[in-house]
Design a protein around this ligand. Structure first.
Ligand SMILES: *[C@@H]1O[C@H](CO)[C@@H](O)[C@H](O)[C@H]1NC(C)=O
Ligand SMILES: *[C@@H]1O[C@H](CO)[C@@H](O)[C@H](O)[C@H]1NC(C)=O
Ligand SMILES: *[C@@H]1O[C@H](CO)[C@@H](O)[C@H](O)[C@H]1NC(C)=O
Ligand SMILES: *[C@@H]1O[C@H](CO)[C@@H](O)[C@H](O)[C@H]1NC(C)=O
Ligand SMILES: *[C@@H]1O[C@H](CO)[C@@H](O)[C@H](O)[C@H]1NC(C)=O
Ligand SMILES: *[C@@H]1O[C@H](CO)[C@@H](O)[C@H](O)[C@H]1NC(C)=O
Length: 342
């Protein structure tokens, strides 16, 4: 008697063995045949293709998702091309904030950003990107706001934290292309107190000859990228391989001579762009071999400071003054600015 169940099992077993053997042969064949044909002579299979040196900051072919896409021909969706046609601003205020933050923009227009407050020509411009839904109400509102105030520029990149560098570079591009006869520029966040008069008369001084290659602010040195994803400032090795940043000026408020806008915009076209915009400015200056210029200590205050009229009179920036808090101190600061201080 033949046990059919045994025959069936035996055949299955044979088939399995056969499949394994074929798969193995195919694998071997692929490795030896195909690879040895495609590899140049002298290269053994264990050798990997040559990798890029890790310190090559040239824009790589592969882009990490956290690296801002650049250079890329971003378009101006909203522009103010004629703003500098008939003027030579002494100071441009490049104000950085989220597209939704119309309240902060309006507060700034009514406080330190009011151009008619000052004796020298000050030009205010807000920099924004786009939201997820270009056709949504935010876009419609920002266009209306731009028509009303003529002080907004926008390019078609996503308005996100990791894209902040693109926003700064948009400012550099705008100064280069549409306002290159300005003297100085301050890049300032929309949650800052800014003492424009102190900046103009104590630091920049219209009576002095125009400086070139001048970049100043709260200088930060001997720092490096955060490699843990737990930080807001996380920068993976693929995005920036070096362990240290060159010295840079802290992001919320820094000042530079307008000639640098063009140089920074130019150098940024050929080096790898990283997300931390202030560190990236440091890298651009490092590549340009232009050192930072130190300012008297305490003028650029990187943290919050409780309002005090006389103290605020003598410094340029203070962090964390926005909307209500800025409005609440402004009348006292502005109207009584020269009262009771020496
Ligand atoms: C860096 O990489 C680019 C291509 O990604 C290459 O053209 C360039 O020569 C490299 N530079 C150095 C210094 O290796
Ligand atoms: C300033 O520069 C712009 C071009 O960037 C030019 O059109 C304008 O005439 C210049 N203004 C003055 C006063 O030189
Ligand atoms: C700016 O200041 C001028 C007076 O210096 C004032 O007339 C004007 O209303 C102010 N603008 C805003 C937006 O507050
Ligand atoms: C930055 O903007 C570009 C262009 O809009 C977008 O493709 C990219 O996802 C944005 N990156 C981040 C990290 O938001
Ligand atoms: C990064 O490190 C390399 C190698 O040490 C060095 O040549 C290069 O200048 C550094 N780049 C920056 C921006 O510090
Ligand atoms: C950058 O400057 C160099 C010369 O300094 C010039 O040849 C080049 O065209 C400029 N590139 C851009 C994008 O302006």
């Amino acid at each position: 008697m033949v046990d059919y169940r045994f025959v069936v099992r035996f055949c299955n077993f044979l088939a399995l063995i056969l499949m394994i053997v074929i798969a193995y042969l195919f694998h071997i064949e692929k490795q030896t045949l195909f690879v040895s044909i495609s590899l140049p002579k002298g290269l053994s299979r264990s050798q990997k293709p040559q990798e890029e040196p890790v310190n090559n900051l040239t824009y790589p072919a592969f882009r990490h998702p956290l690296a801002p896409p650049y250079p890329y021909p971003y378009k101006f969706l909203i522009n103010q091309p004629d703003k500098c046609k008939h003027r030579r601003p002494f100071l441009i205020l490049l104000v950085i904030g989220k597209i939704h933050d119309w309240e902060a923009r309006q507060t700034i227009r009514e406080t330190w950003g009011n151009e008619s407050n000052y004796d020298v020509d000050v030009l205010r411009i807000f920099l924004v990107g786009i939201t997820n839904f270009i056709q949504d109400r935010t876009q419609w509102m920002i266009e209306e706001e731009s028509v009303a105030f003529g002080d907004i520029i926008q390019q078609d990149f996503m308005d996100t934290y990791y894209n902040l560098t693109l926003k700064t570079l948009m400012g550099m591009e705008w100064v280069t292309k549409f306002c290159n006869n300005a003297s100085y520029v301050v890049k300032i966040d929309n949650d800052m107190f800014l003492n424009v008069e102190c900046l103009i008369y104590k630091l920049l001084r219209p009576d002095l000859p125009l400086r070139v290659n001048y970049f100043t602010g709260h200088i930060v040195s001997s720092t490096g990228p955060f490699r843990s994803q737990a930080y807001k400032w996380y920068v993976p090795r693929e995005v920036y391989p070096n362990d240290t940043y060159p010295p840079y000026c802290s992001g919320p408020g820094y000042v530079f001579s307008a000639d640098l806008a063009k140089k920074i915009y130019n150098v940024s076209q050929r080096i790898r762009v990283i997300p931390m915009e202030d560190c990236f400015m440091g890298i651009c200056l490092y590549e340009l071999h232009i050192p930072l210029t130190p300012s008297p200590w305490g003028l650029f205050f990187g943290r919050y400071l409780k309002y005090d009229r006389c103290k605020f009179h003598k410094l340029i920036t203070v962090h964390h003054y926005k909307n209500y808090r800025l409005r609440s101190i402004w009348p006292d600061f502005w109207n009584l600015k020269s009262t009771g201080c020496n």
